[in-house]
Design a protein around this ligand. Structure first.
Ligand code: NDP
Ligand code: MG
Length: 385
């Protein structure tokens, strides 16, 4: 068996660090870090490079490229910078797979470049498909490049789908923990602080996706992600609240059989599966122990209190630029909430506003999508609730 050389875009983040843990575990998976990228955290990037020995790293932010160079002097690791650095790493002929783990629409560029280069992309960055789903899937088809899900729900669906033919799928059921505010009323949500929202009951994640999980916007983005990734109609995608986060999602086939994937809430398994697919190998991290007393609970989502879910179905119905507007508005609103400038309930409100007022285009080019993204950001930045 041969080694799989992996470029990790966003290696300093939550997904990136879990990925390096998987890669560094060694063993029969035979994964090798080939390139890493960071935006601001040059110290962590340098530490990662010293232990994982990639061929190169890239600092994408304006930040301290010189410091990273200094820290890696004599290590044999080449230090690149900016988007050109990312391009070089993903296009490199020795690169086998690219893990897209940058947060937000900023992750689209690297994922796009990797697909364009015909590389297999392990996609953590769901925003890529929310912003530009049809264009990205079309690019993957044209370049004969594989897009493998990292998001735990989509990995679960991807795994369950292997039990049947595509035409035999009735629907998919995405599970959601419900986030830290499951059962809250809108009155209680009004009082929510960033500290409260950053504490997720079952998962440990970066700040943006933690807030998205609290508003259920994360599930909304995942609904849209599932639509494009698995070529589903909107009415084939359902959400159920499952507080234990043990079942990561399910597929229902036409005969009524429902297949689920279970594992502890830990991203290392879906990351590794996307890096080694179609093979499976032992994986670092916890394992389920179902011999202990435990329960799996399910309940319907509260769509009145958490309006994000309805936004997802509306975005899918409209298509075109709607996903780009929703995503950009959400990114800025989450940032402003974390900065204490707007309230928790203002996040879906800002998204609603951006959706209603953006200049809709049913068949946008990538360029057009970036313009919609920029405009929605500006509007939500200026918005006073
Ligand atoms: P983090 O915030 O922990 O990490 C973000 C990474 O992206 C960091 O490496 C950061 O670099 C880099 N980055 C930030 N902004 C930019 C930018 N403008 N350009 C280039 N790089 C940038 O995020 P997560 O790891 O939590 O999430 C990453 C992606 O994976 C998101 O799309 C998220 O939705 C998705 N995901 C995450 C899961 C999780 O468990 N965390 C689960 C499923 C999906 P630096 O640190 O140097 O600033
Ligand atoms: Mg997920």
């Amino acid at each position: 068996e041969s080694t799989t050389r992996v470029v990790v875009l966003g290696s300093t983040g939550s997904i990136g660090r879990s990925a390096l843990d998987v890669i560094g575990a060694g063993g029969p998976a035979r994964l090798q870090a080939h390139g890493l990228s960071a935006h601001t955290n040059w110290r962590r990037l340098a530490d990662q490079a010293l232990s994982a020995s990639p061929r190169f790293v890239a600092m994408t932010g304006e930040g301290p490229v010189a410091e990273a160079r200094q820290a890696l002097r004599g290590s044999g690791v080449e230090v690149l910078s900016g988007r050109d650095g990312v391009l070089r790493m993903v296009q490199d002929e020795s690169t086998d797979r690219v893990l897209a783990a940058i947060v937000g629409a900023a992750g689209l560029e690297g994922a796009w470049a990797a697909l364009e280069a015909g590389k297999t992309v392990a996609l953590a960055n769901k925003e890529t498909l929310v912003v530009a789903g049809p264009l990205v899937m079309d690019l993957a088809r044209r370049r004969n490049a594989r897009l493998l899900p990292v998001d735990s729900e989509h990995s679960a669906i991807f795994q369950a789908l292997q039990a049947g033919e595509r035409r035999e799928v009735k629907r998919v059921i995405l599970t959601s923990s419900g986030g830290p505010f499951r059962g809250f009323t809108r009155a209680r949500l009004r009082e929510v602080t960033p500290e409260m929202a950053l504490k997720h009951p079952t998962w440990s994640m970066g700040p943006k996706i933690s807030i998205d999980s609290a508003t259920l916007m994360n599930k909304a983005l995942e609904i849209i992600e599932a639509r494009w990734l698995f070529d589903l109609e909107p009415d084939q995608i359902e959400v159920v609240i499952h507080p234990e986060s043990t079942i990561h999602s399910m597929v229902e086939f036409v005969d009524g059989s429902v297949l689920a994937q279970l594992s502890p809430p830990d991203m290392r398994l879906p990351i590794q599966y996307a890096l080694t697919y179609p093979d499976r190998h032992p994986c670092p991290g916890p394992r389920l122990d179902l011999t202990r007393p435990s329960a799996l609970n399910f309940e319907p989502p509260d769509r009145e209190t958490f309006p994000a879910l309805d936004l997802a179905y509306e975005v899918m119905k409209r298509g075109g630029t709607a996903g780009a507007a929703l995503n950009a508005a959400n990114e800025v609103a989450v940032g402003r909430f974390l900065d204490g400038e707007i309230g928790f309930l203002d996040i879906p409100r800002a998204c609603r506003m951006a959706l209603d007022y953006h200049e809709f285009d049913p068949r946008p080019t990538l360029d057009r999508l970036w313009k919609v993204d920029a405009k929605a950001r500006l509007e939500v930045q200026r918005w006073t609730p």
